[in-house]
Design a protein around this ligand. Structure first.
Ligand SMILES: N[C@@H](CCC(=O)N[C@@H](CS)C(=O)NCC(=O)O)C(=O)O
Length: 221
């Protein structure tokens, strides 16, 4: 059995889950505690996702998806996929922290959504939520500066439009009639923030995006 070590709300972990869900690959998940990451004591890589396949330990979300496709799925890889895989990690993902953790109040509210999903309750859940809400706006500000993001909302909407016009380009999916690993990766990253208002706003603004997102959700969520 494959085991995915994850934070449930991490976009990179969402990317891996969406691929496995879509490809029908069975897996277990282990929820890693953000402060300490004791669950990852078996590896020096202190970031999630980490995939364990028997003795094999695979790290880095894009490499994990590649590994899964090679060994368990063999989905066809569409032309231009490599460029979009880079865009997802270098551009699309970078907007999410500034959007969902802009300040303490919004972060505290959005951490409740994430904590609910991760089913971390009680005192431990409260301290993870509080610690995250204090820390993440600082991380988000740094990411914003590093990536030259000025207006996260507007630039994220432009990124969604870019995906629709240049990625989907009139097709149902990037992969054509069927989703491929670019679709699963874009969906997985975006789905990680579902319920926090960001995706909902984009769906009501861009109907083509909404149609694609809902079609992906049928097999990937
Ligand atoms: N390039 C990595 C990025 C993974 C990553 O940044 N994961 C974050 C959670 S979203 C993490 O584990 N952060 C913990 C830390 O940096 O201490 C990938 O694609 O897997």
């Amino acid at each position: 059995m494959l085991t995915l070590y994850q934070f449930r709300s991490c976009p990179f972990c969402g990317k891996v889950r969406a691929f496995m869900n879509h490809a029908g690959i069975a897996y277990d998940t282990v929820e890693v505690m953000p402060f300490g990451m004791k669950e990852l004591d078996f590896t020096d890589h202190k970031k999630v996702p980490v995939l364990r396949d028997g003795e094999e330990v695979i790290v880095e979300s894009a490499a994990i998806v590649e590994y899964l496709n090679q060994h368990y799925a063999q989905l066809s890889v569409s032309e231009g996929a490599e460029e979009w895989v880079t865009w997802i990690d270098k551009t699309l993902v970078q907007y999410l922290p500034p959007l969902i953790y802009p300040d303490f109040g919004t972060s505290f509210k959005n951490f409740a959504v994430a904590m609910g999903r991760e089913q971390i309750g009680g005192i431990k859940g409260f301290f993870v939520r509080l610690g995250g809400a204090v820390m993440m706006p600082k991380v988000a500000r740094k990411m914003k500066a590093k990536n030259n993001i000025v207006d996260a909302e507007q630039e994220f909407s432009a990124a969604v439009d870019h995906w629709v016009t240049e990625g989907l380009a009139g097709k149902t999916f990037f992969g054509g009639k069927q989703p491929d690993q670019v679709d699963t990766s874009v969906f997985g990253v975006l789905h990680s923030v579902q319920g926090m208002g960001v995706i909902e706003a984009e769906k009501s603004r861009n109907q083509t995006f909404a149609n694609w997102y809902d079609a992906c959700a049928e097999t990937m969520a």
